[in-house]
Design a protein around this ligand. Structure first.
Ligand code: CXF
Ligand code: ZN
Length: 368
């Protein structure tokens, strides 16, 4: 058992409280990681606001750190290894066998419920259990336990401070471009929403896939400017009265690929008409359960368009995260442009800044 400091979400308030709590020793297939830094993802706020995850809980699922202790069956990691923590998966279902763990049949219990598969939790304060294992990690803390499955080794040349969001937001946006859509050189791509996921898609499309046209859409001018500075060739205001004609003037035959990171469905429905024949719309955002979109079926059929759902950028984390980190190192994935760092004591400010859009990607540094 280890005494740790964690930002705890308690039942009576949405403000996180820094507390000293207890973390169990890692079980056979688990690894205890000393967290160096953790990103804040929009999904943390969705979990805070939904009632599925039992409070008190330690949220956080973009952790990175150094292995401190490993369980008896762990062979791939040892104390001292530098690691990125990503989402959890069972490792044995058909999707895991196909190396697309984002569609793991156990995704919901392993990532959202905040329990191990056997229902236990690794965190407690005295006799009070605290929900752990959010996305298999619960990284808003100085230490976390996760399984071997959701850990990836990180090269010594990459500062761990920047690594956490590669495990969720960055790989979601970049993976949509590189894995799911496999955007070819010279293509046109429109990204709806210039937050962390959208800007990751913009960077991957512009600098890795070498798309010719990369259109960023947002309703905040500051985000559009940032999008341009990280690779967008065109920026269009999402609430413009001339939205459709502006896009058509950029891509007269229609856009090859559209990636939605906004979950704003009226915009999604409208954008389907801006796809080229046989173009693809990728749905990447966190959509409300049972949210519906409607399209003209005949138009869809006769134009050969496609809609594709994308979880976690269709990432095989063990292969894709190191690849993305290498793109970052080579300057092809300049995510440092969209990050702001905060100390753990300022985690509530970081959340506020992320929610109002003042910060694109907040990363919390743990005390040394
Ligand atoms: C989420 C995206 C929305 C569905 C659940 C998983 N991924 C990460 O934040
Ligand atoms: Zn996330």
């Amino acid at each position: 058992m280890t005494q740790i400091q964690a930002a705890v979400l308690r039942p009576d308030s949405n403000t996180l409280v820094l507390e000293n709590i207890e973390l169990e020793a890692p079980r056979e297939n688990e690894v205890l990681v000393k967290i160096i830094a953790t990103g804040i993802c929009h999904t943390d706020m969705v979990l805070r606001d939904a009632s599925v995850t039992k409070r008190p809980v330690v949220l956080g699922h973009e952790g990175a750190g150094i292995v401190e202790q490993v369980g008896s069956d762990v062979i791939a990691f040892k104390p001292g290894d530098r690691v990125a923590m990503s989402f959890s998966s069972c490792g044995v279902c058909p999707s895991c066998a196909k190396h697309v763990p984002g569609y793991c049949t156990q995704f919901f219990p392993l990532n959202i419920l905040g329990r191990r598969a056997d229902g236990s939790t690794s965190l407690a304060k005295g006799s009070e259990p605290i929900t752990s294992h959010i996305f298999g990690q619960s990284s808003f803390a100085t230490h976390a336990i996760c399984s071997e499955n959701n850990l990836v080794k990180v090269d010594d040349a990459i500062p761990l401070e920047i690594v956490g969001p590669f495990g969720c937001g960055f790989q979601t946006g970049a993976g949509a471009v590189l894995n799911s859509l496999q955007v070819p050189k010279g293509a046109s791509v429109m990204v709806l929403g210039a937050g962390a996921v959208g800007l990751s898609a913009v960077m991957a499309a512009a600098h890795i896939a070498a798309a010719e046209t990369v259109i960023a859409v947002d309703i905040h001018d500051s985000r559009l400017e940032l999008a341009r500075s990280v690779g967008a060739t065109h920026c269009v205001h999402g609430a413009s009265n001339e939205f459709d004609s502006e896009i058509k003037s950029i891509c007269p035959a229609g856009v090859d690929y559209i990636i939605d990171t906004t979950a704003y469905l009226p915009l999604v429905e409208r954008c389907v008409n801006l796809l080229v024949s046989q173009g693809t719309l990728a749905l990447v955002a966190g959509y409300a359960l049972n949210a519906k979109v409607s399209f003209d079926a005949s138009m869809f059929m006769t134009s050969g368009k496609k809609i594709q759902g994308v979880m976690e950028g269709d990432s095989d984390i063990k292969e894709f995260i190191p690849r993305l980190l290498e793109y970052y190192k080579q300057g092809q994935f300049p995510v440092d442009r969209i990050i702001k760092y905060y100390d753990l004591v300022d985690i509530n400010q970081a959340i506020e800044d992320a929610e109002c859009g003042a910060t694109i990607k907040a990363i919390i540094k743990m005390p040394a």
